[in-house]
Design a binder for this molecule. Sequence first.
Ligand code: SF4
Length: 472
Amino acid sequence: MNTPDLKEARRRTNNKVSIKENEYKVTDKQRKIGLNKKYYIKTYGCQMNEHDSENISAILNDMNFTKTESLEDADLIILNTCAIRENAHNKVFGLLGRIKHLRQTKNIMVGFGGCMAQEEVIVEEITNKYKWIDFVFGTHNIVNLPNVIEKAYDNKKQEVEVFSCEGDVIENIPVKRDSKYKAWVNIMYGCDKFCTYCIVPYTRGKQRSRLPEYIINEVKDLIKDGYQEVTLLGQNVNAYGKDLGINYTMANLLEDVAKTGINRIRFVTSHPWDFNDDMIDIISKYDNIMPYIHLPIQSGSSKILKLMGRRYTKEEYLNLFKKLKEKIPNVSITTDIIVGFPGETEEDFQDTLDVVDACKYDSAFTFIFSPRVGTPASKMEDNVSLEEKESRLQRLNQLINKYSKENNDKYLNKVVPVLLEDYSSKKKDCLKGYTDTMKLVNVKADDIYLGKIVNVKITSVKTWSMDGEIVK
Ligand code: SF4
C-alpha cells in the first residue's frame, strides 16, 4: 500500500526530472479485464482533472471497457476528485453514499482518484470507513492504472497506490478526447508557488514542464486530426520552462505553438507574477492566440495578498491589467476572487470591490475561503463569521454580474467569430460555441456547422451568454 504524506509532498528536491516515453503498458491479461464491461467516470474540479479523465478513459478503453454515461449501468465507477474546496469534498462523499448502495446490490468495482486521493486525511478515512472502495490512485499514478485495477480484481482487497512525491514527466499516455474540435494540451505539471490557501502544490507536486518539442508535436497531430483549438494547460502556465534550464519560456512556447498554424490557442491558468512583457507582445502579435486571459487576483487588498503569499500587490496587479488592456486589442479578462480569507476586514473587502470597479471584469469565479488541511492558511485564525462571508460574496457577485452584462452588451449587433463545438443544452435547434474572447453564444444553426469557426451576428445578450445567427 502506498499512502500519501502531505509533509513529504511539500518537499522540493533538486532531483532532475526525467522524460519517460515508455512507462505506459497494458498486458494481454489486463486487456481482457474490461471485456463486456462498462465504465463511468465522474470528474470534479479544474481543466487539469478533466484532461486526466480523458487519459483515464483512454486507458480503460485499452483494457476493453466501454464508456457509459449512466452510473447505474456501470461495472466500474471511477471518481476523479478535486481537493480545492470543502464543498467539492462534500459532493464526492454524497455520491459515495449512492454508489455504496449500488455496490451492495450488484457486482461492481469502484475506484477513487484525483487530488483528494493525495490527501492523507482522506485516504485514512477511505481505508477505515470506506473499505468497500476497491482501489485508490493518486494524481501521479494514472499511468499505472492497469496494474492497480488488475491487483484489485485479483486480490479482492482494497488497493491503494498514491505517491506523495511527484514522478517524472510521462509522455505517450493515451488520451480519449471529449471534443473533436478543441483539445487540452498539458504543458506542465505541478506548482511551486505555494499560495498559503492552496493544496495544489501538495496534490500535484513540484513544477515539471514538458519539453517544447513534445508539445509542438502534439499540437501538429491535433491539426492533422482536424482540431481547431488548443488550450495549453498548467496550474501556473506563465512559469512554463523555468524548471527546464534551457532558456525557453512561455513566450517562446506561445510563439512556436502559434507558428503551427492551429486556428485558436488559449492558455490557463496565469499567475500575475510571471506574466511578462514578452508574453504580452507575443499574444498581441499572433491572431491565432485568442484575446482572452484568465488572471486570478484572489483579493484586492495588498495586506491579504501578502497573507495569501501571492507575491504581487494590488497596484502591481492593476498595472499589469492596464498593460494587457492597452496592448492586446479587444482582450477580455476574467478572474478568481476569494472572500473571507482570515484577517479580511470590511476595508480589505472594499479594496476588492474597488479593483472590480476598476477592472470591470468580463466574468469571475468567486468563492468563500475554504481552509484546506495541511496548508498554512488553515492554521490562521479564521476570524470572519460565515454570515459576513456570505454577505460579502453576495455583494461581490452583484458587482461582477453587473460588469459581465455591461461587457456583453457591447456585443449586441456585432459580428464575431464563434467556434461551434456542440449542441446547445439550453436552446432547441441551436449549436453553442465561444467567441475568440470566450463568450458563450447559442446560435441557430444546422449541425453541418459543428466544428467550424463562423461569423455570428449577436442578436440578444444576457449576463452569462448571448444568442446569435450565422452571417453568410
Ligand atoms: S499558483 Fe495557483 S496552483 Fe499554484 S499555489 Fe497558487 S493558487 Fe495554487
